[in-house]
Ligand binder design. Structure first.
Ligand SMILES: Cc1cc2nc3c(=O)[nH]c(=O)nc-3n(C[C@H](O)[C@H](O)[C@H](O)COP(=O)(O)OP(=O)(O)OC[C@H]3O[C@@H](n4cnc5c(N)ncnc54)[C@H](O)[C@@H]3O)c2cc1C
Length: 375
């Protein structure tokens, strides 16, 4: 096992798992879990070693998100969105951005997130309506971003906007959350991932300098497909594989320990044994699909992108299926908060609707295998 994974398992056992039920019940940000990850250096998972980070890759990321999500989906999602933002900065960081963002991230001092989604663009997050307006050598951002995970806990956000010059496509900016004109609003009221603090971001004449641009003007679309997509997709596939694993392990423990008055155990019933087999297969197939896709991405295999896209579909569908079966195995107790099965069920529902959604991915995968152009 890698050092990164060993460290993650330790923090998950000592801090993240014990806090998970309260984070969900109180619908609060998993502060202690995120602080523990930052303190251990895991915020710098994707920061190069020469800048003080762990120099990890996408295989490390998906293994880490799977491990965390088996205990707490909210923490896994908060951690993932931070890593997506870090990956964007790391892809094209200027020396100044390295010092201002990547080194502090590696020290656990800065938390980032992505502000991509807009109400008008929905699942098509790569086609923003917000425009970067040039003004006196700077850019001005106006508009609303919906669903910003980590929300006001973040120190910086990566904002995607239409480039100021026509024909240039999209830009990405690193925007500090204390910038004048930037504010968060709302409360996360989703059915699951209760602690992920995914709230709306308002940009009201927020001025950003050219030094806050990631790469050059017009680099946004390349960053979306080459950096954000593989990082987010493999990371969220890991989250869903982990949620499935957490639900399976809960149901297995319950089946092994629940005894009836006549002394028979739940696990002795054939119907339950079938369910256990079904869940075991679902969890392993999701996990193996994700780790294989991540290994392909790290190696740069020609068919990596196809496997990466399918890994999110597989893991999301297995998470929904396995958490449903776990509910059945745990019976009425699983339907209450006596067991975390209902939390896993609610958490599992997010992956499929997070962009790129299952439907969008299936269309892209179908087109890719058939040799039909994506757009
Ligand atoms: C828990 C959570 C955390 C999130 N965190 C972030 C974040 O940190 N940053 C961020 O930028 N965004 C975030 N999002 C937003 C997310 O990525 C999506 O942009 C958002 O969920 C889209 O919601 P919508 O209602 O606009 O979907 P819609 O676009 O209205 O989609 C509704 C349905 O239509 C389907 N559909 C849409 N277009 C097509 C098509 N062309 N073909 C087939 N089917 C289609 C979709 O698959 C979906 O099933 C988060 C969302 C959730 C749920």
């Amino acid at each position: 096992m890698s050092v990164i994974l060993e460290l993650t398992r330790q923090i998950t056992a000592e801090v993240i798992a014990p806090a998970a039920a309260a984070v969900d019940a109180e619908r609060r940000y998993p502060k202690e879990s995120m602080q523990a990850l930052g303190k251990a250096g895991l915020f710098g998972l994707l920061v190069p070693k020469e800048l003080g980070g762990l120099g990890g890759n996408l295989a490390d990321l998906s293994a880490v998100t799977e491990t965390i999500a088996a205990a707490c989906g909210s923490t896994a999602m908060c951690f993932l969105m931070h890593n997506c933002a870090t990956a964007v900065v790391a892809a094209k960081a200027t020396p100044e951005q390295q010092e201002r963002y990547l080194r502090p991230i590696a020290r656990g001092e800065k938390l980032g997130t992505l502000a991509f989604s807009e109400t008008g663009t929905g699942a098509h997050f790569y086609a923003p309506e917000i425009k970067a307006e040039p003004e006196a050598g700077q850019f001005v951002l106006n508009g609303k971003k919906s669903f910003v995970t980590n929300g006001d806990e973040a120190d910086f956000v990566i904002v995607i906007a239409n480039a100021s010059s026509p024909g240039l496509g999209t830009d990405m900016f690193i925007v500090d959350t204390d910038a004048p004109g930037l504010r968060f609003d709302g409360v996360w009221d989703g059915i699951g991932l209760s602690g992920n603090n995914s709230i709306a971001l308002f940009l009201e004449r927020v001025k950003v300098s050219a030094g806050q641009l990631v790469g050059a003007e017009g680099d946004g679309m390349g960053l979306v497909f080459q950096v954000v997509a593989p990082t987010f997709i493999l990371g969220v596939a890991g989250v869903n594989a982990g949620i499935a694993r957490g639900a399976y392990e809960t149901a297995l423990r319950h089946a092994q320990t629940r005894k009836y008055a006549d002394g028979r155990g739940l696990a002795e019933l054939q119907a339950i044994q079938f369910y256990l087999s079904d869940m075991f297969g679902g969890v392993e197939s999701a996990s193996l699909f994700v780790s294989n896709a991540a290994a392909k991405a790290v190696r740069g295999d020609a068919d990596a992108i196809l496997h990466v896209m399918q890994s999110k579909v597989q893991a999301s569908e297995q998470a929904i299926r396995v958490t449903n079966i776990a509910m059945q195995v745990c019976g009425g107790q699983g339907y209450t908060k006596a067991l975390p099965t209902e939390r896993y069920l609610r958490d599992a529902r997010a992956g499929a609707v997070m962009a790129p959604t299952t439907e969008v991915l299936k269309e892209w995968i179908g087109k890719s295998v058939a040799g039909v152009p994506l757009f």
